[in-house]
Design a protein around this ligand. Structure first.
Ligand SMILES: Cc1ncc(COP(=O)(O)O)c(C=O)c1O
Length: 397
């Protein structure tokens, strides 16, 4: 065991288990461990490194910002937060942004939006309309609200009592949502592509029907774009595949490209439910985090990366499908969409994840026996092909 891992084990909480490798540097789609071994990084820090490691534009913006102004709190404005917000608002055709520091925090903000919306629908009375419907197998975070909205025993075990008012319906089953929404329901919260539970996209037909149902019942449609957003599926946001617009949605991971940030976009009517003092966080919209986010959004445009994902993912996924044909006793199917793709194994794949890593490819496990392949959005066709070659070599051995 390396010295860093020994020290990690001795001094850090054991909530992540013992890490197998310690990394010391990265460049593009490559990362090197402490011993100098090189890996093709298709874990991307769990869908975070949208531009890969140390992209020159990202590096320039973050380093320059560090030398200029690292923090000033929200008692004062900074130059970068409005530029990031303006880009997203322009894309959405209006609305307002709230910045925070992580995905779970962004979803906590959405849960608070649902409370304010419920109170407004109830003529100003609190506690009458407050329930939120989430999907089976959803993952929305590990804070108290988001943990309650994550209906998985392994996440909730030991931390009860949970926030009340969360009910569960089946993804892609509109009748299940129709039955779950009652007169006390203020919002529905869902991932347009479920990530942690194994790369299951909501179908466009389902999302369209859900949008109509939410409109009919005056219930907010809140999306969680934390993993599937910022170009990963071949659109800026996952809900765009269905041609719908949610009332609000959360972002994090890929938005900062490696710098911690969370954010929520909401339409103007929802923004008007907040007033000075009704929500906040010290670091939200921090100039460095927003310099990183600005660099990510600028580079998505400058390098046409969303089109790159849209154009290159189908051939890569065809190659993954070939692997499923070649190794039918081990693999069951290709999952996901775009650069949020993966393979479903017939059995728990943790031993395979280790074998792929030993062969030089980093992947991430997900529920339901799935291994996620989450390349940086600027991964080249050669790198996509290389990932398949490594998978094939290990599966054949
Ligand atoms: C869809 C989704 N929502 C929320 C979260 C929580 O984000 P964070 O880990 O930044 O709190 C995650 C993290 O994996 C996620 O994938």
């Amino acid at each position: 065991m390396s010295q860093s891992i020994e020290l990690w084990k001795k001094n850090l909480l054991g909530n992540y288990g013992v890490p197998p490798v310690a990394f010391s540097r990265g460049s593009g789609s490559r990362v090197w461990d402490e011993t100098g071994t090189e890996y093709l990084d298709f874990a991307s820090g769990i869908a975070v490194l949208s531009l890969g490691h140390a992209h020159p534009h990202w590096l320039k913006r973050v380093c320059e910002q560090a030398g200029k102004l690292s923090h000033c709190s929200n008692l004062f404005a900074n130059e970068n937060a409005p530029l990031v917000a303006e880009r997203i608002n322009r894309h959405m055709g209006g609305g307002k942004m709230f910045f925070c520091n992580s995905g779970a925090e962004a979803n906590e903000c959405q849960l608070k939006i649902s409370r304010l919306w419920g109170r407004s629908r109830a003529g100003g009375e609190e506690g009458k309309i407050f329930k939120v419907v989430v999907c089976e197998n959803a993952f929305h975070g590990r804070l108290f609200g988001t943990m309650a909205a994550t209906p998985q025993e392994k996440i909730q075990n030991g931390f009860r009592p949970l926030l009340p008012g969360i009910s569960v319906a089946k993804l892609n089953d509109i009748e299940s949502f129709r039955a779950a929404i009652d007169e006390q329901t203020s919002a529905v919260l869902l991932e347009p592509v479920q990530g942690e539970s194994g790369l299951t996209p909501a179908t466009p037909e389902f999302l369209k029907a859900l949008r109509a149902l939410c409109d009919e019942r005056k219930v907010l449609l809140m999306c969680d774009e934390i993993q599937c957003g910022i170009g990963r599926t071949g659109k800026l946001f996952g809900f765009e595949h269905a041609g719908i617009v949610p009332d609000c949605f959360s972002m994090a991971k890929g938005l900062g490209g490696g710098f911690p940030i969370g954010a929520v976009w909401m339409r103007d009517e929802l923004a008007d439910l907040f007033h000075a003092g009704s929500h906040g966080t010290t670091f939200g919209g921090n100039p460095m985090a927003c310099a990183a986010a600005l660099a990510v959004l600028e580079t998505l445009d400058a390098e046409n990366l969303i089109r790159h994902v849209e154009e290159t993912a189908p051939a890569w996924r065809e190659q993954l499908a070939k692997l499923v044909e070649e190794f039918p006793t081990v693999l069951e199917e290709v999952r996901g969409i775009g650069f949020m793709s993966g393979l479903k194994f017939r059995e728990a794949p943790s031993a395979w994840i280790a074998k792929f890593r030993e062969a030089g490819l980093l992947t991430v496990g997900a529920g339901n026996n799935v291994i996620r392949l989450l390349p940086p959005l600027n991964a080249s066709v050669d790198e996509l092909n290389e990932s398949v070659a490594i998978l094939r070599k290990v599966l054949s051995a």
